[in-house]
Design a protein around this ligand. Structure first.
Ligand SMILES: CC(C)(COP(=O)(O)OP(=O)(O)OC[C@H]1O[C@@H](n2cnc3c(N)ncnc32)[C@H](O)[C@@H]1OP(=O)(O)O)[C@@H](O)C(=O)NCCC(=O)NCCSC(=O)CCC(=O)c1ccccc1C(=O)O
Length: 260
């Protein structure tokens, strides 16, 4: 597969997968998701690869979720909502190698979900984390909510989703969303250090450990599969579209007449 939206490299046992849409703050469209799925499959089953690093190009963002300019109702690609989110989330969990999210800048919306699902998250000190779904007419009815609660606890996960606040790298560290925070200039070196430590370990033991951790939260995959159908219906409502319109028009959304 030719890659337009991502960069892919394998060097010394480390596969680097980088979302390369810096002008869109590394938001993903249908094509981006397909390329990511392809790259994770390549890296995940390459015996030369011991660890995978997921990153975003440039210094502004790791990833800001679904591309709002490719979204008026359903997205532009494959799958229940026009983005193969279930497949992308699944492959990050299913590859038998640890996946490290290397985060600089924003990890917002679906980008925040990606780093939540990765085995580790290493952040530069200027990184910003948060959810935006209820502000922009979206929600992740699966790993982004239910699994986030396992990572940061129920109260904090609900706060993140219901209030859509932004959190600093240090706050993300304190809530357990991030493994380590370093000065931005040291981010590459820190991630390389974690990769080297991983590469010294038994690949089979790591693969079994990863599967074992995953198995306990596997029911969330079913929740996501079901929830995507609700999300599909929601995307076609005026309420959801108001969130997308407000983002594009750079104004506060008006959801008041949709109260339940
Ligand atoms: C990222 C921001 C917080 C940055 O704010 P700020 O610093 O004030 O800069 P802005 O001027 O807002 O943005 C700069 C520039 O970037 C463009 N941009 C930013 N984000 C996106 C985006 N997601 N899509 C397209 N373009 C984007 C922005 O338009 C500006 O461009 P200009 O040309 O300069 O105007 C802030 O930008 C922000 O909050 N962004 C919104 C992020 C967002 O709405 N993300 C989508 C969330 S919903 C989502 O991800 C659902 C899809 C999905 O992934 C999913 C679906 C179903 C199940 C699960 C999932 C899942 O979440 O995994």
């Amino acid at each position: 597969m030719d890659y337009q939206d991502i960069l892919f490299d394998v060097t010394d046992g480390v596969a680097s997968i980088t979302i390369n849409r810096p002008d869109k703050y590394n938001a993903f469209r249908g094509r981006t998701c397909e390329e990511l799925i392809d790259a994770f499959n390549r890296a995940g089953w390459d015996r030369e690869v011991g660890v995978i690093v997921l990153a975003g190009a440039g210094d502004k963002a790791f990833c800001t979720g679904g591309d709002q300019s490719a979204h008026e109702g359903q997205y532009d690609g494959r799958g229940t909502i026009g983005l193969p989110m279930e497949d992308l989330h699944s492959i990050i969990r299913d590859v038998p190698k640890p996946v490290i999210a290397k985060v600089q800048g924003y990890a917002i919306g679906g980008g925040n979900v990606l780093c939540t699902i990765c085995d580790f998250t290493i952040a530069g000190e200027a990184a910003v984390f948060g959810q935006v779904g209820p502000k922009v007419g979206s929600v992740d009815p699966g790993f982004g909510t239910a699994y986030l609660a396992r990572v940061v606890g129920e109260k904090k996960a609900r706060e993140m989703w219901y209030l859509c606040r932004r959190y600093s790298a240090q706050e993300a560290l304190a809530m357990g969303l991030v493994n380590a925070v370093v000065p931005t200039a040291d981010l590459d070196a820190e991630v390389a250090r974690w990769c080297a430590e991983i590469l010294d370990k038994s690949p089979t033991a790591l693969a079994i450990a990863k599967r074992s951790f995953n198995m306990d939260s596997e029911t969330i995959r079913g929740i996501a599969g079901m929830g995507m159908y609700a999300l599909r219906l929601y995307y076609d409502t005026d309420e959801s579209k108001e969130g997308g319109r407000a983002f594009k028009e750079k104004r506060k959304p008006d959801f008041r007449r949709h109260s339940r």
